[in-house]
Ligand binder design. Structure first.
Ligand SMILES: Cc1cc2nc3c(=O)[nH]c(=O)nc-3n(C[C@H](O)[C@H](O)[C@H](O)COP(=O)(O)OP(=O)(O)OC[C@H]3O[C@@H](n4cnc5c(N)ncnc54)[C@H](O)[C@@H]3O)c2cc1C
Length: 413
């Protein structure tokens, strides 16, 4: 009799245990599903300040994140001024892949391909991205406010309901939106261990068609007239070609707005480099760019002559190439609970134009989708801080990677 009772108790205890386990499992499952639904439904209003190539791409990333309730895109310039910008941009293969995923259709954009890079006018690129955003208006609340400056007044006039939860500042190297938001304008300035010089040639008689860049390596100049025996040096350097490969030259831009960049590594500690770094005679650099342009230009474009040389402006001497990046490039505005990230040239900029500056901005945007997702789905302020911290880390990584290898791919290869 006792044995039967014992068996019944054990069976009852087992049943009760199983029921509790099932209840715990069900409740965990329910919690998980509710959390999934909450994350799936989470949407935030996003404001992008600046409709340059980086701001417009940021807007597409925001749309793609699926976490935008309302997207507002601002630019101080009116549409016509925005689309008239003449400079060319060079999108490298990684930026091209990134943009393809966002729906950019390179087949329907005026431009040209060379060596897996896509070259187009900045205005053409911006127009294409604006047209994609306009199409997206059918399914998402997107407001394009061109000719509108982001300022304290703009923020003040915004109703509480309209306040964004995420602001992407992409107002370029001269923008002041960060100071409007109270973000420190401290920059960290670091050497890229290279020296360079830039030149621009403006020829209004030429066409504004996208043109592939021209690169030349191991370039040496005859400076014997200034007492520098470069011939002997170039022979020595070519024996140790890997260590001292001379100068790297790039000619880029459209035929109307031609640009040149000249660069050498700081390990190329040659007499020629020392001389060009310290010379007070600005005509030497002008002469170097003049000769280089005529030697390496395409056959289609006219040579620079003594008569047309006034179309060219250039650096007076070689200077150290420095990368400046914001110490604070992501912040939380307590009162309004807005998470801010700074992108493109507003976040990091070189004192030297390599002809593919836009790619540095695109690298920064690679973590923007996740940042918006994490901010939109954050349960509390701590989770927003974690998203901001990850964004800052990625931004640092972008700057560090550029310092280590950015010039190599932009100029040395
Ligand atoms: C002369 C020159 C030649 C270049 N050539 C090349 C090249 O050949 N290849 C290449 O890849 N790159 C080139 N670049 C670099 C390229 O133009 C930049 O890398 C790129 O434009 C940076 O994009 P961004 O969106 O960060 O900034 P920007 O293009 O500067 O855009 C910032 C936008 O923010 C807006 N803005 C500023 N303040 C406010 C505000 N308060 N409120 C609202 N809007 C605001 C501005 O009107 C602007 O439209 C060149 C640059 C220059 C100057």
């Amino acid at each position: 009799m006792e044995a039967v009772c014992g068996q019944q108790y054990r069976a009852l205890a087992l049943d009760a245990g199983l029921c509790t386990l099932l209840a715990v499992l069900l409740s965990a499952l329910l919690k998980l599903s509710l959390e999934r639904i909450r994350r799936w439904r989470a949407r935030v209003p996003v404001l992008v300040v600046g409709s340059g190539p980086v701001g417009l791409t940021a807007a597409l990333v925001a749309v793609r994140s699926g976490k935008v309730l309302k997207l507002t895109l601002l630019d101080a310039r009116y549409r016509s001024a925005l689309l008239r910008r003449p400079q060319q941009i060079a999108l490298d293969p990684r930026s091209v892949r990134f943009l393809l995923e966002l729906g950019v259709d390179f087949d329907n954009m005026e431009g040209c391909w060379s060596n897996e890079h896509f070259y187009t006018r900045i205005g053409v690129f911006q127009e294409h991205l604006l047209s994609i955003l306009e199409q997206k208006k059918q399914t998402l609340d997107i407001r394009l406010q061109l000719g509108t400056r982001f300022s304290e007044e703009y923020l003040r006039k915004m109703s509480r309901a309209d306040r964004p939860r995420v602001i992407v500042v992409a107002d370029g190297s001269c923008g002041d939106s960060c100071s409007v938001l109270g973000i420190s304008s401290d920059y960290i300035v670091e050497s890229c261990h290279a020296y360079g010089a830039n030149a621009t040639i403006e020829r209004l008689d030429q066409r504004q068609v996208p043109t592939p860049e021209i690169r030349a390596h191991s370039v040496f100049f005859d400076l014997s007239a200034y007492g520098i025996d470069t011939l002997k040096e170039s022979r020595r350097s070519s024996q140790a070609a890997a260590a001292k490969p001379g100068f790297h030259l790039k000619i880029y831009g459209t035929f109307r707005n031609r640009y040149m960049a000249l660069v050498c590594g700081s390990d190329a500690d040659s007499k020629m480099m020392q001389f060009l770094r310290h010379t007070a005679n600005a005509s030497i650099m002008k002469n170097i760019f003049h000769q280089s342009f005529n030697a390496y230009k395409t056959d289609l474009e006219p040579r620079l002559s003594e008569l047309t040389l006034h179309n060219m402006q250039c650096s007076r001497r070689l200077f150290e190439i420095l990368l400046s990046y914001r110490r604070v490039n992501a912040a939380f505005i307590e009162g309004d609970r807005i998470a801010v990230t700074v992108e493109g040239e507003a976040a990091r900029v070189l004192n030297f134009d390599t002809g593919c500056g836009v790619n540095l901005g695109m690298r920064g945007l690679e973590s923007l989708g996740m940042f918006i997702y994490r901010t939109a789905t954050a349960l509390d302020q701590n989770e927003v801080f974690e998203a901001l911290s990850a964004k800052m880390q990625h931004s640092r990584h972008v700057a560090e990677t550029f310092r280590r290898s950015g010039l190599t791919s932009a100029m040395f290869e």
